[in-house]
Design a protein around this ligand. Structure first.
Ligand code: PEP
Ligand code: MG
Length: 842
């Protein structure tokens, strides 16, 4: 392969990378390269190639040259916090570019005021395959002047190419979103069943197929041609199994050509609204309002020396540090499981999976063998994966980066024998940090911290999930201004509005204090009255139930005054296992949950898999649109033996009649009839003659507009507003870009609910809501006004929903509903509902 010459992408002063005031670049964690102090304001392509990733915040771009070299150009430092302000991109993912083509223009003046530094690193991110053999340095350059020359590393090709004796097959990746976390985990799971070494080779990178992180780090995209290679006793079978899995699409279907794929989304996108002095804006990560004082949370740098003290010593040190961290995580996970803390347990489980990734440790061991210290090797190995995950252009994967960084830190601490210093926090501490790691938040007691706000981070990161579970109000992605707040400054953190007010005046403080006190009082009063029957002020019975996904949820719902459960999501029993649960196991679990509810009604939803919830034993064929594919009742009717087993298990719960059955994703009456036929068969087999209620979920527009037809045969109707909203608005409920706009209070969704209630009324059937809207206090009055008489909310919100219902008057709710149906936007409905809610004052 010939050498590749890169020309300067910018006019400016070329400096060594070491001069970059950011350890990630200066320590070459992302690879070797140069830095340019810009004098021009347009970034150009340094060679011919293809754009493989443009950051959503427009400040960085990665190109892949024809020979496979990957070049990351990052305009300025910490410029992600500008949320795209001051940048214009001229290319998109997948574009072919010629040397000199414009990539990004930027506002040099704005950057010089707002960015940490203008210095622009140009880095080769696959340093295993290329080395810089000649470079310009300490020199002024114009666009197009010589910058550096890259040579392929001798021997790298040999390890990448298929070696003699290896079995190999090529496959073109059909997965719509490329090989992200879930498919990578499934590939690794399949590969680990074989004794042979199994690897994937993509362009000029190779990774063990047994390592989920390694597979993810290949950044395999839709349409890529890759090879599956194996060597060993069962190599043929291993290759065939992995190829079949990938070709099958793993339920993730085909997509338009890569050029049409959306631009990379790496960090939370923040479109900065007009700024107001003393007010920082970010994105809510966990709800709540807090007053407190600024406490800067700085993670001290952990220094590592590069040179090792001998491979044997370093290897042993790394193994011992890994074992220490693994033991600590396992112990914490066991404690979380005992305490029923599912969020914490799941996060710790994810950390363990990363820690046990064979490719990650192998990559550290390789560096140790080259003479590096254990700490340096571990940092470099993790750093490679961090960059690969960031480069995948998938926000959910990018948000797993903090888990990796967390592990990097924990292992480095174990290696140095030091613990993270425990800090005494002042009362009302609001932590301010660049980023917060899950283990750092787990290290504080729930009552110690009033809230936190980070410059970076994303709303679905693990630290956000933890904050919500711990009840700590939190904001992420608030930009670098967070780090300029003076230690000890007085703050108001309003998570729902995504704002952090620095140095509030007396009036603002008083308002926040009143709001917090009122919230506490409301919650305490609601909790105290949680076990009273739920009726409106004018005497209409509105049942308030709790949604349940495990035995612990059922216990929590009952403790919070739920009058039953309007939705048991049975998927908890079926996912993440190799075979489905048998009838006995299901019957035992349903019985335990029914008993926890102590005779209160329990609505058990039949299995709702498919779409984004895959079960390995259900080989759902590749689908172009999984959300519109085989899911919910369609899966049950496709595999009726699974349905029959589930129905038999439900029928065995005592007392008979406590459990009602509900069918998800109904689109037509035929489906209900087919389920009823299986139910009747199961009843006959078990010699049950009593009536068992069978209801439908209203989650598709088809079900809502034919509610009168469904109600003729269904015993009840329950609206799943999460799915109904996504299908009515044609907005993917899991798409973070649409998160702010997919609001179930859209008048179109409300009209569907109105039609459902009208259809049900014709046959005297009741309508409930078990989707997220039932837990939204602002929405409850309008639901009651539309004719909903059962609300199944999250266990935590049950007391407040009950208190609110008690304050309602049905006629007033009906008037509100009529007005809401005539609004032209979800924002207008929300404003109307907020005004009503604050008048009711519950
Ligand atoms: C819904 O769609 O509103 C619902 C309750 O079901 P799930 O969220 O489990 O899809
Ligand atoms: Mg649903």
């Amino acid at each position: 392969m010939p050498n590749l010459v890169l020309s300067s992408p910018l006019k400016g002063w070329i400096a060594p990378l070491d001069e970059t005031p950011d350890a990630v670049f200066a320590e070459r964690m992302l690879g070797d390269g140069l830095a340019i102090d810009p004098l021009g304001s347009t970034l150009h392509a340094p060679c011919d190639g293809r754009v493989i990733s443009v950051h959503a915040t427009r400040h960085a771009v990665t190109l892949r040259a024809g020979n496979g070299a990957e070049i990351l150009m990052h305009v300025g430092l910490e410029t992600v916090g500008l949320g795209g302000e001051g940048f214009e991109v001229h290319v998109k993912d997948g574009d072919a570019v010629k040397a000199g083509d414009k990539l990004i223009s930027f506002d040099l003046d704005l950057l010089s005021q707002r960015a940490k530094s203008l210095i622009t690193p140009v880095v080769i991110t696959n340093p295993d395959a290329f080395q810089i053999v000649r470079r310009e340095q300490d020199h002024a350059a114009a666009v197009g002047d010589f910058l550096m020359e890259l040579a392929p590393i001798a021997g790298a090709g040999a390890t990448l190419a298929v070696a003699e004796g290896e079995v190999s097959r090529e496959v073109i990746v059909p997965l719509q979103h490329g090989v992200h976390a879930r498919p990578a985990a499934r590939i690794a799971e399949t590969a680990r069943k074989f004794a042979s070494e199994v690897a994937l080779v993509a362009v000029n990178r190779r990774a063990s197929a047994k390592s989920p992180v390694g597979v993810m780090s290949l950044a395999i995209r839709h349409g890529d041609r890759i090879s599956v290679v194996a060597s060993g006793p069962d190599a043929d079978f291993a290759v065939a199994a992995v190829v079949e899995l990938i070709e099958g699409g793993m339920g993730e279907g085909a997509a338009p050509p890569p050029a049409a794929a959306p631009a990379a989304v790496v960090e939370a996108v923040r479109v900065a609204p007009p700024s107001e002095p003393g007010l920082l804006r970010g994105v809510m990560a966990a709800p709540g309002l807090a007053i407190g004082q600024a406490v800067r949370f700085v993670s001290s740098d952990i220094a590592v020396v590069e040179a090792g003290a001998g491979a044997g010593v370093e290897r042993a040190a790394l193994e011992s540090a890994l074992a220490q961290v693994r033991a600590r995580i396992e112990q914490a996970a066991a404690q979380s499981a005992l305490g029923g803390d599912t969020a914490r347990k799941a996060i710790l489980g994810a950390h363990l999976a990363f820690l046990e990734d064979p490719e990650l440790t192998a990559s550290a061991h390789r560096l140790i063998a080259e003479g590096k210290s254990a700490g340096f090797a571990w940092r470099r190995a993790v750093g490679g994966y961090v960059e690969a995950l960031r480069g995948l252009g998938d926000r959910r994967l990018a948000e797993r980066v903090d888990d990796l960084i967390d592990l990097e830190r924990q292992v480095l601490r174990a290696l140095s024998g030091e613990e993270d210093e425990a800090r005494a926090l002042p009362p009302g501490a609001i932590l301010l940090a660049d980023e917060l790691l899950p283990s750092q938040l787990m290290g504080v007691e729930a009552g110690q911290v009033a809230g936190f706000c980070t410059a970076k981070g994303g709303p679905t990161s693990h630290v956000a999930i933890l904050a919500a579970a711990m009840g700590i109000p939190a904001i992420v992605a608030a930009g670098p201004g967070v780090l300029d707040v003076t230690e000890g400054a007085s703050l108001i953190l309003d998570a729902e509005n995504g704002t952090l007010r620095v140095g509030p005046d007396a009036g603002q403080l008083a308002d926040a204090q009143t709001a917090i006190a009122a919230r506490h009082e409301r919650k305490a009063a609601a909790k105290a009255a949680a076990h009273q029957e739920s009726r409106t002020a004018d005497g209409t019975r509105i049942e308030v139930f709790g949604n349940v996904g495990s035995l612990n949820d059922a216990l929590a719902a009952a403790a919070n005054g739920a009058e039953g459960s309007g939705l048991l999501r049975t998927e908890f029993l079926f996912l993440e296992r190799e075979t489905p649960p048998d009838e006995d196991e299901q019957a035992r679990q349903y019985q335990a949950i029914a008993s926890a509810l102590d005779g209160r009604p329990l609505i058990i939803r039949t299995l709702d898999v498919g779409g984004d919830k895959a079960a390995p034993y259900l080989p759902i064929p590749a689908e172009e649109n999984p959300a519109l594919g085989l899911r919910g009742v369609r899966v049950s009717l496709w595999r009726p033996h699974l349905l029959k087993t589930q129905l038999r298990a439900i029928l065995r719960v005592k007392p008979l009649g406590q459990c009602r059955i509900m069918v998800p994703m109904i689109a037509s009456l035929d489906e209900l009839r087919a389920v009823r036929a299986v139910l009747e068969e199961a009843k006959r087999e078990l010699e049950i003659t009593e009536r068992v209620e069978l209801g439908v979920m209203i989650e598709t527009p088809a079900a809502a507009v034919t509610a009168d037809l469904l109600a003729a045969e269904a015993d009840f109707l329950s609206v799943g507003t999460n799915d109904l909203t996504q299908y009515v608005l044609a907005m993917d409920r899991g798409n973070p870009e649409l998160a702010a706009r997919i609001d179930a209070l859209h008048p179109a969704v409300l009209r569907m609910i109105a039609q459902t209630c009208a259809g049900a009324a014709k046959h005297h059937r009741w309508v409930g809501v078990c989707g997220g809207l039932a837990s939204d206090l602002v929405a409850v009055p309008v639901l009651v006004g539309l004719g909903v008489t059962e609300l199944s909310a999250t266990a935590a919100t049950v007391p407040e929903v009950k208190a609110l219902v008690r304050a309602l008057n049905v006629e007033a709710c009906q008037a509100l509903a009529r007005q809401a149906l005539d609004q032209t936007s979800p924002e207008a409905v929300r404003d109307l509902c907020k005004a009503f809610h604050s008048k009711v004052g519950a």
